[in-house]
Design a protein around this ligand. Structure first.
Ligand SMILES: Nc1nc2c(ncn2[C@@H]2O[C@H](COP(=O)(O)OP(=O)(O)OP(=O)(O)O)[C@@H](O)[C@H]2O)c(=O)[nH]1
Ligand SMILES: [Mg+2]
Length: 218
């Protein structure tokens, strides 16, 4: 396996089939698997099992009955379970276009970085999928605040709170990370000295289902 794509899900049933289809076509030529780490209370786990049975790439499901650490905790479980050391984290609602996976992968295989961040705020990247002026304001001010707090570790990183990134998990000490909810990448970058590159991407609208991001998370 070249690449494990870790997808945390909380009630994303209507998005699973399209996500897997688009990931499978985007990764042709790369040996890739999808690892769903699911904390859902709806039928998402059953839908993942159904889609996995028909998928042309390996699709695995880890369903947690006790969702320790929320979204961030789910991502850590995915890193631990991944078949490849090289992992891409992406959302399950198609806001992170699977078609961008090869761009992250190609940047990584150049060989000079440990992390590739898909940024809404660098170069041609956009944040159109952030619903409403207040979400945009929260996202931008949280980014400025965190960059002020960690000027060294976040140097050159325009979007430390993106949920779309590639990482070599061998560089992480999973036992020292303490993710709480959203923004696992910030936790990783602040605690670990890593070489980072960015690629711009267009943050799309949520495909279906409901947002779990709250003002409190911001
Ligand atoms: N496993 C797990 N996944 C979660 C949890 N909370 C959110 N997620 C997933 O994390 C991803 C990001 O959550 P979203 O609700 O899309 O957050 P967002 O993109 O900031 O918000 P929207 O723009 O409204 O979509 C999605 O795939 C969610 O299903 C959780 O507690 N556990
Ligand atoms: Mg989303």
């Amino acid at each position: 396996m070249d690449l494990s794509i870790v997808v945390p899900t909380y009630n994303e049933a209507p998005n699973i089939a399209e996500l897997v289809t688009r990931v499978a076509s985007a990764t042709s030529g790369i040996r890739a698997e999808v690892v769903f780490v699911d904390d859902s209370t709806d039928g998402t786990a059953d839908e993942i099992r159904r889609v996995a049975a028909e998928a042309v790439i390996p699709v695995r499901l880890i369903h947690r009955d006790i969702p320790t650490g929320g979204l961030g905790g789910a991502v850590m479980v995915g890193f631990d379970a991944a078949a490849s050391d090289i992992c891409i984290v992406m959302d399950g609602d198609l806001q992170h276009p699977p078609e961008d996976i090869p761009r992250l992968w190609r940047r990584y295989v150049v060989g000079d970085v440990d992390v590739v961040v898909a940024s809404r705020y660098s170069g041609e990247g956009t944040n159109g999928g952030l619903a409403g002026a207040s979400r945009i304001a929260v996202s931008k001010s949280a980014t400025l605040l965190t960059k002020a707090m960690f000027p060294g570790r976040l140097k050159g990183v325009t979007d430390p709170m993106t949920g779309f990134f590639l990482i070599d998990r061998r560089l992480l000490d999973l036992s020292t990370l303490k993710p709480r909810g959203f923004k696992i990448l910030l936790e990783i970058l602040a605690r670990t000295n890593l070489r980072v590159a960015e690629v711009p991407f267009d943050f799309a609208d949520r495909n279906a289902g409901e947002s779990k991001a709250s003002f409190r998370q911001g």
